[in-house]
Design a protein around this ligand. Structure first.
Ligand SMILES: Cc1cc2nc3c(=O)[nH]c(=O)nc-3n(C[C@H](O)[C@H](O)[C@H](O)COP(=O)(O)OP(=O)(O)OC[C@H]3O[C@@H](n4cnc5c(N)ncnc54)[C@H](O)[C@@H]3O)c2cc1C
Length: 577
C-alpha cells in the first residue's frame, strides 16, 4: 500500500457526530471523496451507549424559546446564546430526518406519534427516545444511511496520531496507524472534521467507553489550536457501583427517586421545585453533600453512595422504557431495579470543554472543523443539559459536513489542489511516537501510571474542588507525566494495543494538565465547576470562556487566555430549580 492516501474530506471519529457529518458532506456532492477514520469499529464508538434521549421541540404545546432558555439557564449563563438558539432551532429537523432514515423512536400509545420524556433541567418533557437505547438506534440509523453513499469510505481500527498543516495555517491531512498491520500512513485532504468524542476516561469512575481518551483534543492542541472551557467536567448523578456504568437520567425522568440512608428524598433540600430533575450539576452537588455529611450508604466495595429507587414504577413500565438499565443493573451490580433500589454515585460523564470553534464548528485552522463532544462551540457553557449532546452531534455533524464539502468544492472550482504534505512534520511525528514512545525506555508501568493519573483526577478534580486539591492534583500529574512510563513492552506490529494505549496515555496527561490548570484559574463556582473557596458565581470577573494553548514540548505548561461569551437577550440570573 502507498503510504499516502488522498481524500477530499477526512472525518476523524465515527460516533454520531462523525457519521452525521459524513452523510451531510456526501449528500452535498456525490463526487466528493470522504474518509471516516475510527480507532474502533463504527458501532463501538461511545455514542452507541447513549441511553436516555435527544432533546427537541416537536410537540404542539412546547416551544423553541423554552428549550433555548432551559439550555442557557442550564449552562449557568456561560453558553453562547446564539449557539444555543441554533441547536434548538435545528433539532426538530434532525429528529424527523432520523425518523425518515428509519430511526425507531418510541411512540405514544394514544395516537402513535413520537413520544418524549422528562429530563433534568427542562421545563417540558422534550427528550425524544427509543426505549433506553437512544444512542444505539441513532448510530445504527446513521451507519445504515452512510452505507447508501458510495463516496463514504470507512477506515475502522485506524488510530490517528496528528494533524498535518500547510504553511498558511490550512489543514492538509493527518497521520495514522493502521492497527491491523502497524503501518504508519499519511492521509492527505483539503478539509477535515474532528469528531473524536469526549475524554472521560481520564477519570477512574466514569461512564465512558475505554476508548474515550483525549487523542483528538490533544491532536488539535499539539497543532496549536485552543482548547476551551476545559475546567467544566460533568458528573452524572447516577453511575452504578463498582463499574460506573450509567443509569440514564430517563430513570428519574420516568419518576425514579434518589434516597439517602434515612430513606429521605433529599433533593427537596437542594432543588425544592425540580427535585431529582434539577440540572446535573445541582443534583450531583446535593448528592455529594449528603455523602459528605454521613447520610450515604456503604457499597460492598466500601465506597460511599446513595440509591435510586425505581421499584414504584412497576415491572411493566420498567421493561417497556428502561429495559436496558434493568439488564445493566442485574448484570453489573446484581440488582434488579424492579425489585430493589440500586446503589449509585456521581460519575464522570461529559466534557463541556473541547476544541475551540465558532458557531459553525470552524476551528482556528483553515479547512478544519470540529463537531460533537470533542468540539466546544459553547452550546453547553458550564453545564450541559442531558439529551442536548446527541442533539449537538447531529446538528453540528450536519453543519460541519456541509461547510467542509462547500469549502472543498470552492477550492476545486478556483483550481486549488491539495497542498503537499510537509515532510518535516511527518518526520517529527514519527520521532514523537516511534522514538519517544514505541522505542522508549523506563521503569514505570504505563498502566499503573494511567491508574495513578485517573485516580488523581477522581480525587482532586471532582464535583467539589478546592485550590489546594487542584494544585496538588496538578503537581502530581506533572510529576507522573515526567516519570518514565513512556515505553511499549509489546514489540509486535499487528494490533499492538499496548502501543495504542501508551499513545492514549500521552494525550491523557496533557489534557488532564489543562483541566486542572483551567480549574485553578477560575475563582468562582459556575455550573459543573464548584470551588469551596469561591462558592458564588462571579459574573463581574468570570463571565468568560477559558482558552488553553499548548506551550510547546519544552514549555512550563499550557498558555491560558480568556474569550468573551455571546449574549442575545437572556440576562444572567441566579439559578433555582
Ligand atoms: C453512557 C453514556 C450515555 C449517554 N447518554 C446520552 C443521552 O441519552 N443523550 C445525550 O444527548 N447524550 C448522552 N450521552 C453523551 C453523548 O452520547 C456523547 O456526548 C456523544 O455520543 C458523543 O458523540 P461523538 O460523535 O462526539 O463521539 P463518540 O461517539 O465518543 O465517538 C468518538 C469517535 O472518535 C474516534 N476516535 C477517537 N480518537 C481517535 C483516534 N486517535 N483515531 C481515530 N479515531 C479516533 C472513536 O473511534 C470514535 O469513533 C451519553 C454518554 C455516555 C458516556
Amino acid at each position: 500500500m502507498t503510504d499516502i492516501i488522498s481524500y477530499d474530506i477526512i472525518i476523524i471519529g465515527s460516533g454520531i457526530a462523525g457519521l452525521r457529518a459524513a452523510i451531510s458532506a456526501a449528500s452535498e456532492d456525490n463526487k466528493l471523496k470522504i474518509a471516516v477514520i475510527s480507532k474502533v469499529q463504527v458501532m463501538r464508538s461511545h455514542s452507541v451507549s447513549a441511553e436516555g434521549g435527544t432533546a427537541a421541540v416537536i410537540q404542539d404545546d412546547d416551544n423553541l424559546e423554552s428549550h433555548i432558555y432551559d439550555t442557557i439557564k442550564g449552562s449557568d449563563y456561560l453558553a453562547d446564546q446564539d449557539v444555543a438558539e441554533l441547536l434548538v432551532k435545528q433539532m426538530p429537523f434532525e429528529i424527523y430526518q432520523l425518523e425518515h432514515w428509519g430511526m425507531p423512536w418510541s411512540r405514544k400509545k394514544e395516537d402513535g406519534r413520537i413520544a418524549q420524556r422528562w429530563f433534568g433541567g427542562y421545563s417540558y418533557p422534550r427528550a425524544t427516545y427509543a426505549q433506553d437505547r437512544v444512542g444505539f438506534f441513532e448510530m445504527q440509523t446513521l451507519y445504515d444511511t452512510c452505507l447508501k453513499y458510495e463516496n463514504i469510505d470507512f477506515f475502522n481500527e485506524w488510530f490517528c496520531t496528528s494533524i498535518l498543516t500547510y504553511y498558511d495555517n490550512s489543514f492538509c491531512g493527518v497521520t495514522a496507524i493502521e492497527m491491523k498491520t502497524g503501518e504508519f500512513i499519511k492521509f492527505k485532504a483539503l478539509a477535515g472534521i474532528i469528531c473524536t468524542g469526549g475524554a472521560g476516561r481520564i477519570y477512574s469512575f466514569s461512564t465512558y467507553a475505554y476508548s474515550s481518551t483525549p487523542d483528538g483534543l490533544d491532536m488539535a492542541y499539539r497543532a496549536g489550536l485552543a482548547l476551551k472551557d476545559m475546567e467544566f467536567v460533568q458528573f452524572h448523578p447516577t453511575g452504578i457501583l463498582p463499574s460506573g456504568i450509567l443509569i440514564t437520567e430517563g430513570a428519574r425522568g420516568e419518576g425514579g427517586y434518589l434516597i439517602n440512608n434515612k430513606g429521605e428524598r433529599f433533593m427537596k433540600k437542594y432543588a425544592p421545585n425540580k427535585l431529582e430533575l434539577a440540572s446535573r450539576d445541582v443534583v450531583s452537588r446535593g448528592m455529594m453533600k449528603e455523602i459528605d455529611e454521613g447520610r450515604g450508604f456503604k457499597s460492598d466495595g466500601g465506597v460511599d453512595c446513595l440509591k435510586i429507587d425505581l421499584t414504584h414504577l412497576g415491572i411493566e413500565k420498567i421493561q417497556e422504557r428502561l429495559g436496558g438499565i434493568r439488564e445493566i443493573g442485574i448484570k453489573f451490580s446484581g440488582v434488579d431495579i424492579a425489585e430493589e433500589p440500586i446503589q449509585i454515585r456521581p460519575v464522570c460523564h461529559y466534557m463541556m470543554g473541547g476544541i475551540h470553534t465558532n458557531i459553525d464548528g470552524a476551528t482556528e485552522m483553515n479547512g478544519l472543523w470540529a463537531a460533537g463532544e470533542a468540539a466546544c462551540n459553547s452550546v453547553h457553557g458550564a453545564n450541559r443539559l442531558g439529551a442536548n449532546s446527541t442533539g449537538e452531534c447531529l446538528v453540528w455533524g450536519n453543519i460541519t459536513g456541509k461547510l467542509a464539502a462547500r469549502y472543498v468544492l470552492n477550492r476545486r472550482n478556483s483550481g486549488t489542489s491539495s497542498p503537499d504534505i510537509q515532510q518535516q512534520q511527518v518526520i517529527d511525528e514519527e520521532k514523537r511516537i516511534y522514538d519517544g514512545i514505541f522505542r522508549g525506555r523506563g521503569q514505570i508501568n504505563p498502566y499503573e501510571a494511567r491508574m495513578n493519573l485517573t485516580d488523581t483526577m477522581d480525587s482532586n478534580a471532582h464535583v467539589f474542588r478546592t485550590e489546594l486539591g487542584l494544585a496538588e492534583g496538578l503537581k502530581k500529574v506533572r510529576e507522573l507525566m515526567k516519570s518514565q512510563w513512556r515505553h511499549v513492552d509489546d514489540t509486535a506490529r499487528e494490533y499492538n494495543t499496548n502501543f495504542i494505549n501508551v499513545m492514549e496515555l500521552d494525550s491523557m496527561f496533557r489534557i488532564s494538565e489543562v483541566i486542572l490548570l483551567c480549574a485553578l484559574n477560575r475563582h468562582e463556582s459556575r455550573g459543573a465547576h464548584a470551588m469551596l473557596e469561591y462558592p458564588k458565581r462571579d459574573d463581574a470577573n468570570f463571565m468568560k470562556h477559558s482558552l488553553a494553548y499548548f506551550g510547546g514540548p519544552t514549555r512550563e505548561g499550557p498558555k491560558t487566555d480568556w474569550f468573551p461569551v455571546t449574549f442575545t437577550h437572556y440576562k444572567p440570573e441566579e439559578r433555582h430549580y
